[in-house]
Every structure is written in structure tokens, then in C-alpha cells.
Ligand binder design. Structure first.
Ligand SMILES: [Zn+2]
Length: 162
């Protein structure tokens, strides 16, 4: 098992905890710097009543608080789901070095993503920084299993983001 898989497994456990928590969603994120977890979270949007409380944002806030900085140069951000535009941009502002995700945009129901958003792969590639990398598909099966499938008939009232 690779180190990436180890950290992603930790993100999957957080996502599972989020899935069992009222007001949270089953998406997990772990940020690692020099072999140390500096921030981790599951989605807390409806716990904090904060539309920006995606797992990645909450994990970055915790990492910033812990390290007393807003820059995470050399850090790797692991997310069970491909980060959205907001979280990709925040990663760029936060000087994250590497983004690793499990399930990709096409692996899950479209309700998880902004309808008109650029694919975040292009988003990161087109960003003004060229020192951030993006890799997907780590523990893809486990990460995809956390969420609704692309062709699943999710009742409209249960669909977020629409
Ligand atoms: Zn996000």
C-alpha cells in the first residue's frame, strides 16, 4: 500500500464519519506536510451553516490555525472527491503543492458539482501557478462508494446544489 493510499484511507474514514453526522456530508480531506497530518475534516456545511465549509476548506482552516500560517508550501491535500472550484482556488491561494483525490467528477452524481463550473483539472492547469499538481483515482472504488452514482435516481428533494 502506498503512502497516498494510507492518507486517502484516513480521508475515507473522515468521510464515513461525516456521513453519520447530522449536517455533514460524506466527503473527507487530509492535509499532510513533511509526513505529518496538519489538518483534516469532513464537510461541515450544514453544521456550521457555512456554504464554504467543504472538507478541504475546514481542513485548511485547521492547518492554518495549527501552524500559524496561511501558506502550506510542500503540503499535499487528499480529498475523497475531486475538489470543486472554490476548494481548488483556495488550494492555490494556500500554496498547496499537490492535490490528490479519489472519486472524480464523472464518477459521481452531477449534484455534487457546480453545473457550469470548469472541470477543476483545467482550473488548476489554467491557474497562474504552475507549481501545483493534481492527481485523481487514488482509492477510487472506496471514494466513489461514499457518494451517489452518476446514473442513480436521487429524489430531487435530496439533491444538494440544485
Ligand atoms: Zn469544495
Amino acid at each position: 500500500m502506498t503512502q497516498d493510499e494510507d492518507y486517502m484511507r484516513r480521508a475515507v474514514a473522515l468521510a464515513e464519519a461525516g456521513g453519520r453526522t447530522e449536517g455533514a456530508s460524506p466527503i473527507g480531506c487530509v492535509i499532510v506536510l513533511d509526513g505529518e497530518v496538519i489538518g483534516e475534516a469532513h464537510n461541515e456545511v450544514d453544521i456550521l451553516h457555512d456554504p464554504t465549509a467543504h472538507a478541504e476548506m475546514v481542513a485548511m482552516r485547521r492547518a492554518g490555525k495549527r501552524l500559524g500560517t496561511s501558506e502550506f508550501r510542500g503540503a499535499t491535500l487528499y480529498s475523497t472527491l475531486q475538489p470543486c472550484g472554490m476548494c481548488s482556488m483556495a488550494s492555490i491561494w494556500g500554496k498547496i503543492g499537490r492535490i490528490v483525490y479519489g472519486a472524480g467528477r464523472d464518477d459521481v452524481h452531477h449534484m455534487y458539482f457546480e453545473g457550469a463550473q470548469l472541470d477543476t483539472i483545467d482550473f488548476v492547469v489554467d491557474a497562474f501557478r504552475d507549481d501545483i499538481s493534481l492527481e485523481g483515482g487514488i482509492l477510487k472504488r472506496e471514494c466513489t462508494a461514499l457518494l451517489h452514482k452518476p446514473d442513480e435516481a436521487v429524489p430531487v428533494e435530496e439533491q444538494g446544489n440544485l
